[in-house]
Design a protein around this ligand. Sequence first.
Ligand code: NAD
Ligand code: TYD
Length: 356
Amino acid sequence: MRTFKTVVVTGGAGFIGSNLIHYLFERPDFDGRIVNLDALTYAGNLESLADIQQKHGGSRYFFEKVDICDRNAVERIFDAYCPDAICHLAAESHVDRSILGPEAFIRTNVMGTFTLLDVARGAWSGRTDVLFHHVSTDEVFGSLGETGCFTELTPYDPRSPYSASKASSDHLVQAYHHTYGLPITLSNCSNNYGPYQFPEKLIPVMILNMLEGKPLPVYGDGKNIRDWLYVEDHNSAVWTVMTSGRVGQTYNIGGENEWENIRLLDCLIGLVAEESGKDVSALRSLITYVKDRPGHDRRYAIDCSKLKRELGWKQSLGFDEGLRRTVRWYLDNPAWIARVRSGEYRTWMERNYGSR
Ligand code: NAD
Ligand code: TYD
């Protein structure tokens, strides 16, 4: 099993990254340092890590406000901290935004990943006791029909600017391994949910709109299918791959938990009603079918049997319990919600969608 002294987590102030940093500091077998490298875009929020900063700041936890496209700044991080692992999560991550403004996705996801890879190659020149782990998405595989699952051998077929930019970054990561021998691992995961998720993705949008009595916007016919995984289970899988995965390999990560959006919403309505005391039929009346997302992928489903078989990973949390924890977290954290909605995101939403 690999161990690491200093792990650079890019995008550590985002949803999955902040959960990963919490997860690692809770692991009794992790005694290394974490350097959180994040540009703090609209999606990055250091309040998600206030407890970590307080407990480990300056000793085992360091934050660096750095844009991954800034080569000099990334080189400075390598010089200052001499990391032996990178877990690369920093990205523009929302499909709807990529449709309205693809350029930022190409810049961060493609050029930013390239910059990180190239600096790592130079700094690590030929070392084999280091690792670049790239966190990617199942969306690179395209859209499924009614049956079947994505495996690691499914051909890439990205269909949104977001998934095309992630596919491109995946190819660069593989290319740096094959061409330069950079030790890499790669994971492609299905839809995550849980605490600290920015309220532009389905589950937090729906929970917050329910709490505020706003319409619940369902795209198209509501029958698109996603495979949902609790964020902590994603992070346990990422750590399993980083510590035990075969170098150069890709591992699919998934929940084996497919839901039509409209069925998921029905389940969420029941949980929000139970946890908040709101009336179920009043919440149901908020459901509003809206214009479909252009090029909306119909179905995603992940076959994660390679990860289970080779590395012994498994999901730990049932969907009902994971959703309930998530609902409670949003109910208990109004200050975090107000903070992430106070800035650039609100302006962007109003410009593009009105004030829904
Ligand atoms: P997020 O949008 O919540 O967070 C992204 C973070 O990256 C933010 O903190 C942001 O400030 C930072 N960032 C953006 N551009 C940057 C730049 N140029 N330089 C440095 N930092 C920058 O995203 P997330 O949902 O936490 O996703 C993290 C990663 O996981 C992404 O690579 C995404 O593609 C992948 N992924 C996400 C999901 C999901 O369901 N959310 C599923 C599979 C894979
Ligand atoms: P999303 O959370 O944006 O993740 P992704 O598009 O990366 O899978 O969306 C999940 C599903 O929910 C997707 O089919 C689009 C749909 N959706 C809605 O119906 N309404 C919404 O307001 C949002 C944000 C998503």
